[in-house]
Design a protein around this ligand. Structure first.
Ligand code: PMP
Length: 404
């Protein structure tokens, strides 16, 4: 018999993360997974992190083991400000707080800003944990279609002209999850101009921006906002060490208007009191010692090679049946079947062939074309990528045979 718990209605029959649901298959022996958004563990700079931790244990262990300030350890906040300043052409990033991953930053913003029914603009497709958090916050989701260049800001303007008055807009402008797309400068300017005109807050989520392996860098919205009057007031910037150092540190940060950050800190007080001080100090030490700057080129070179191998293997295997967005950085390739293949149905056959990806339906708040799917090239060796795509080809042939 189950007890009659009186749950918050939002948790009465909640949907878990569609991607985490797939993880049971990754345990299958011999599985090649292109599914998770996990960085390659072989690329973790374990030596650099161990050195930073050892230095701290020698000197400042007691301070790192105490509770810390909710807004973050001053040493880390300072070095993260320098990191952010370097990303935005030397401009002042404004106030900054440390968060427990950028996911917490997003959740804090929803807590302090949203009431049930508030409109929130998201990209279509969108990062699933954002959709999940917005659903739990009872937001009204307004999906704006994206293409190989990210969110279509003309479609956003049309929605606003038609009378929509969102409170928030969330997007990943550089190397988006799932599409890998990067918003060009003109769209960045257009978006911020609209935010100022229609007075909605833009949440720029930037965990992947430093992972550029080809093409020309685009300035973060936080930089573009410097040249658009009023735009700084309507922009919150989130970033993270998860994809460039290690997700296990759970270190993220948020820059934005002081009125917003002050409230985020109060919300964080009841969430976790503070981000683990030990991890903050390890991260501060690591960054101050210059380990990231020394190590990042190695991560970028590895992802460049893996992405190129995956793109060419997919093109060789499927030719015109598949359209691909070739990313210039990040961890993901977005693929769309042109031959009527249903990516969710095909996954069953792919799992039998010991290869995995994420079907596109996971990234949409409302129904989508079933042909889309996401592959990550980050966490597979070159030979595994080649073998995994060969398995996908077998799975696809088998699937077509069954359909015929
Ligand atoms: N935003 C995006 C777009 C992501 O892909 C992820 C991680 N998959 C996050 C945020 C969360 O990152 P963190 O580990 O910093 O919480």
């Amino acid at each position: 018999m189950t007890a009659a718990y009186r749950f918050n209605p939002a948790f009465q029959s909640p949907q878990g993360s569609p991607i985490r649901e797939l993880f049971k298959y990754t345990q299958q022996p011999g599985m090649i997974s292109f599914a998770g958004g996990y960085p390659a563990p072989a690329l973790f700079d374990t030596q650099g992190l161990a050195k930073s931790a050892a230095t701290l244990l020698d000197g400042a262990a007691a301070a790192c083991l105490q509770y810390g300030a909710t807004e973050g350890a001053a040493q880390l906040a300072q070095v993260l400000k320098q990191v952010t300043r370097a990303r935005i052409g030397g401009a002042d990033p404004g106030e900054l707080i440390v968060t427990t991953g950028s996911q917490q930053g997003f959740e804090l913003l929803l807590r302090i800003l949203l009431e049930p029914g508030d409109g929130v603009v998201i990209e279509r497709p969108c990062y699933p944990a954002a959709i999940q958090a917005l659903r739990l916050a009872h937001a009204e989701l307004l999906e704006i279609p994206g293409d190989a260049q990210g969110m279509d800001t003309d479609a956003l303007e049309a929605l606003l002209l038609a009378g929509a008055r969102p409170k928030l807009l969330y997007l990943v402008p550089s190397f988006a999850n799932p599409t890998g797309a990067t918003l060009p400068l003109a769209r960045r300017r257009h978006l911020l101009t609209l935010a100022v005109r229609y007075q909605f807050i833009v949440i720029e989520d930037d965990p992947y921006g430093q992972l550029r392996f080809s093409g020309q860098a685009e300035p973060p919205l936080l930089q573009v906002a410097q040249e658009i009057e009023g735009a700084r007031d309507w922009l919150v910037y989130l970033s993270s060490l998860s994809k460039i150092v290690a997700p296990g540190l759970r270190i993220g940060w948020m820059c934005g208007p002081p009125e917003i950050l002050r409230r985020a800190v109060i919300a964080k007080q009841t969430g976790d009191l503070c981000t683990a001080p030990w991890m903050q100090m390890v991260a501060a030490q690591y960054l101050q010692a210059g380990h990231l700057a020394a190590h990042l080129p190695h991560i970028i070179a590895t992802y460049r090679e893996r992405c190129a191998i995956m793109l060419s293997s997919l093109r060789d295997a499927f030719g015109d049946r598949l359209s691909l967005i070739a990313p210039e950085g990040g961890m993901f390739i977005w693929a769309s079947w042109k031959d009527g293949t249903d990516a969710t149905a095909l996954l069953q056959s792919a799992v039998r062939h010991n290869v995995m990806y994420v079907p596109g339906s996971a990234f949409y708040a409302t129904q989508s074309d079933p042909g889309h799917w996401r592959l990550s090239f980050a966490n597979a060796q070159p030979q595994e990528i080649i073998d995994g795509v060969a398995r996908l080809k077998q799975a696809h042939e088998e699937w077509m045979h069954v359909q015929a």
